[in-house]
Design a protein around this ligand. Sequence first.
Ligand code: SAM
Length: 245
Amino acid sequence: HTTHFGYQEVAVEEKASRVAHVFDSVAARYDVMNDLMSMGIHRLWKRLTIERSGVRPGHSVLDIAGGTGDLTAKFSRMVGPRGRVILADINESMLRVGRNKLLDHGIGGNVEYVQANAECLPFPDNSFDCITIAFGLRNVTDKDAALRSMTRTLKPGGRLLVLEFSKPANPLFSRAYDEYSFRLLPKIGELVANDADSYRYLAESIRMHPDQDALKAMMEDAGLERVEYTNLTGGIVALHRGIKL
Ligand code: SAM
């Protein structure tokens, strides 16, 4: 059995360790690179995700593939002392950077840190009012299993939000974006993080990820209802939302 790591065909068992290598390598510079590569726009994408989450004081939230914790930090303030937020990620390096950052910002009391694989979440059924996975699903080997696992752990009425790179609608814009991703991105990666390969993987993995409608169909197959998406920045990114009824 094979799958893809960027454009390369790799054994299913190999993918997770290749992805782990990427995030071990980028963890320390992850936040700086995010701001640089997206020119700060990832902050707007994340803000919209928060707005669409419906999260209220007292809620239970899972931020899976949460990495350095941008969404967790916002949710922590929103759910208040009676709520809880779990920052979960498969990668120890990313979790450590996230945990240190949140503690530095005085965010603590209601946040837990869990090392977990999105494909088989270690939480009971019907646990969360909201689950977010931001720029994470693309890296998961078995995306259908991950969507099922997230749906299982949502409470009835709970929302899953998937923020992920997607497919720009306009072909001209798409060409410019390709130039940027395949020529400029690896160069920035080389200069700032001394790591062109990880940023080449980033560009390739984005192209291999299911487009807006394919992801919508996958979410419906996983058992989510009222699935809809919003294109952001011309479809470079899409925010999908589904509800467990
Ligand atoms: N959500 C954060 C953000 O938006 O800035 C981090 C996104 S980062 C690009 C992708 C994260 O997905 C990495 O921290 C990586 O370790 C994590 N990841 C990859 N595969 C995973 C899996 N199977 N289960 C959980 N997390 C995973």
